[in-house]
Write a protein that binds this ligand. Structure first.
Ligand code: SF4
Length: 63
């Protein structure tokens, strides 16, 4: 799986970080960074939750 973010939609509100802190991070520049674009299978549930919880629908997964 690969995580794709649309930075035109992302507003850095950190909902994805709450769901999957090993995968997403907000840095000092207030921008969201993906720490691992291709997370392991055991992170799938957390990543799915992050995608579902993003209020801007800025995240999607490619298989
Ligand atoms: S939850 Fe969505 S809008 Fe918020 S930081 Fe993550 S990708 Fe951006």
């Amino acid at each position: 799986m690969k995580i794709v973010v649309d930075y035109n939609l992302c507003e850095s509100n950190a909902r994805c970080v709450e769901a999957a802190p090993d995968v997403f991070e907000i840095r000092d520049d207030d921008r969201m960074y993906i720490l691992n674009e291709n997370p392991a299978v055991d992170q799938r549930h957390a990543v799915d939750t992050a995608v579902a919880n993003c209020p801007r629908q800025a995240l999607r997964l490619e298989e």
